[in-house]
Design a protein around this ligand. Structure first.
Ligand SMILES: NC(=O)c1ccc[n+]([C@@H]2O[C@H](COP(=O)([O-])OP(=O)(O)OC[C@H]3O[C@@H](n4cnc5c(N)ncnc54)[C@H](OP(=O)(O)O)[C@@H]3O)[C@@H](O)[C@H]2O)c1
Length: 287
């Protein structure tokens, strides 16, 4: 099949927290389409969006309509059905030699080993169903379409619009409990930084495995205590949860595939993103 002159991008899960940032970043530069599932009210009348629920709908018909040259998988949904959908995707990509697939995976592919941070070439080992599911998709894509697959492993994703920060704000407001893991060390990022990194990866046609995480790490409890102190004087009830007596890691870092400096992020920058923008929104609301 003839290669389209301009990249046509399909974001599966474009109505989600990360999908929205990806769509916002990419739509000015590429012919960009997306899917939504439950968020009918916001997207049903938008011609760039297709309704797609992994348990009910056929992905092949959307692929046939859009004919994407890049597919970004930012989905949630039933794991078994997602695995089937990714097999359909792999077949489409295999049959269209110009097509690339970017799969949003997770640091949870390493949640069965806690002793050290993990790098791109480390062998995944998961304990959770979620982590095992992500490993299964990574493996299938790497075996079937290795040269056309880019695996993007994400750590915890924060930012002023993130569900986790919204939950923290609610816990502060209602003086409710908020779980922290005092001996867990993590890396982290923001949805906006992921979107910039994905834009760069598409433009440079990069493949392989990328750890789109901060270049440094932080203790889970310290992180949320610092964000809380920057959000104001009030605090939630911090509930300390210990998985073991030893220090443990759910942290992915970069060794092999490092992006240029302007596409990297630090813990301090993520904290700023969760709190400085918050101050601006509060100020705007007060005007
Ligand atoms: N957020 C994180 O901290 C994080 C960390 C590591 C990896 N990831 C990965 O990044 C990807 C995006 O995560 P996110 O946090 O942006 O998720 P999200 O906010 O829950 O968005 C999920 C997207 O998938 C769609 N979706 C949900 N259920 C579906 C179903 N049954 N069938 C088809 N589509 C469905 C949603 O559509 P509607 O909203 O319209 O229902 C939405 O567009 C996921 O693959 C996740 O595993 C996220």
């Amino acid at each position: 099949m003839k290669q389209p002159s301009k990249n046509r991008i399909l974001i599966l899960g474009a109505s989600g927290f990360i999908g929205k940032s990806l769509y916002k970043e990419l739509q000015s530069y590429f012919d960009t389409y997306g899917t939504y599932c439950s968020n009918v009210a916001e997207y049903a009348s938008n011609h760039a969006y297709f309704r797609y629920c992994v348990e009910e709908d056929e992905l092949a018909s959307i692929l046939e309509k859009v004919k994407p040259s890049v597919v970004i998988s930012a989905l949630r949904g039933d794991f078994k059905e997602q695995l089937k959908a990714h097999s359909v995707l792999a077949k489409y990509v295999q049959e269209h030699h110009f097509c690339k697939l970017l799969f949003l995976s997770s640091a949870n592919v390493f949640d069965g080993k806690f002793d050290l941070p993990s790098y791109e070439s480390d062998k995944p080992l998961a304990e959770s169903r979620y982590g095992k599911f992500k490993i299964a998709v990574e493996r299938m894509l790497s075996e079937q379409i290795p040269a056309q697959t880019t695996i993007l492993r994400l750590p915890i994703v924060l930012g002023v619009q993130s569900p986790r920060i919204a939950q923290l704000r609610q816990s502060i407001k209602h003086k409710a409990s908020f779980e922290v893991f005092p001996n867990l060390t993590i890396s982290l990022t923001t949805a906006d930084k992921i979107a910039q990194q994905v834009h760069y990866i598409i433009s440079k046609k990069l493949d392989g495995i990328y750890h789109l995480a901060s270049t440094d790490m932080v203790h889970h409890e310290d992180l949320f205590r610092e964000i809380t102190s920057k959000l104001g004087d009030k605090t939630p009830i911090f509930k300390s949860v210990y998985r073991s007596n030893d220090d443990s890691y759910l942290a992915i870092l970069q060794k092999k595939n490092k992006l240029p400096q302007q596409y990297r992020i630090t813990v301090a920058e993520v904290i700023d993103d969760c709190t400085l923008k918050e101050e601006i929104i509060t100020l705007k609301n007060q005007l």
